[in-house]
Ligand binder design. Sequence first.
Ligand code: PLP
Length: 376
Amino acid sequence: MKKIQMVDLKGQYDKIAATVNTSIQEVLDTTTYINGPQVHQFQKNLETYLGVKHVIPCANGTDALQIAMMGLGLQPGDEVITADFTFAATVEVIALLQLTPVLVDVDLENMNISLERIKAAITPKTKAIVPVHLFGRAANMEAIMELATAHNLFVIEDNAQAIGADFVSSVGVSSKLGTIGHVGATSFFPSKNLGCYGDGGAIFTNDDALAHTIRGIVNHGMYERYHHDVVGVNSRLDSVQAAVLNAKLPLLNDYNQARRTAAAKYNAALAGHVNIVTPSFDNEKNNHVFHQYTLRILNADRNGLMQHLLDKGIPCAIYYPIPLHSQKAYRDVRYKEEDFPITNQLVKEVISLPMHTELDDEQIQFITDSVLEFLK
Ligand SMILES: *Cc1c(COP(=O)(O)O)cnc(C)c1O
């Protein structure tokens, strides 16, 4: 059996090495390392793939979120509601911009931000909601957009974990996640569903004026060379990363399908066990693209299971072990433990198994056998 990896970047690269190498070699030959034609090409390719008017590439997913918030003109003291159960980057940029993070609990079923909790958290100072499509599964975008419209709030989608996923509205309109809110942000960190070979990110929007503002912000606030109209940042996707992404974007649908196939096999092997809740797959509204394959372990020794798997050479991880409201950097007197029953529960129950595009049947069988062996 091939050695099991949490993410098998080498196995994936081996299959596309010729294309990727050629694509990178072009950058080396032309030495247009910054803002080369590859970056512009990737922008166009991703706009077409997502069906969105504007893609603005940038240096990483955290910058993408920050720049989206700067572009919307959010001001210190504005309240921004986001999920308590996510990677810290989401809340980090809110705090960094001196906006006021308002963390709210998630739903048990899909681990995404709770609509009821958002409603309860809205105040006259609320300016934006940041849903995170956690682990590759859509937050309830239709209801969130309705709520945002009713309260005149911006919606910034953190789509770092769900690029390529479709979301179908109740009237049957299908859109790519990340293009439904006023602005979307994603990451091309190597292990993401569309990963480059370093850092990378992008911002998406259908709003022409916002896209223009953001294009200046990513480039030192310049709209005309050496005229600095706003305070910006330096956040670029470099040409080598764009070359890698141009080679990989045509494979994204296949990659997401490979993840879904692996998830279906895991689910089938683990179905019906009293101690295991497998991730719900699809509903009529969205297709889960399984950035992570995350189980909930009930009434059993989750940490013992993790150790058992590690002992057998099976990588696994707890995403995420500590709720954001309990993190030193983000604690706040406004938060009460009873407001976060679901996150507090999930951090004790979740375990993520290896998930990537190269998992084979033998590996999946060994992993699921090992899980069942421990839980009996
Ligand atoms: C990865 C990730 C980010 C940050 O992306 P980077 O490219 O690592 O800066 C933000 N939000 C979520 C939910 C992520 O998973």
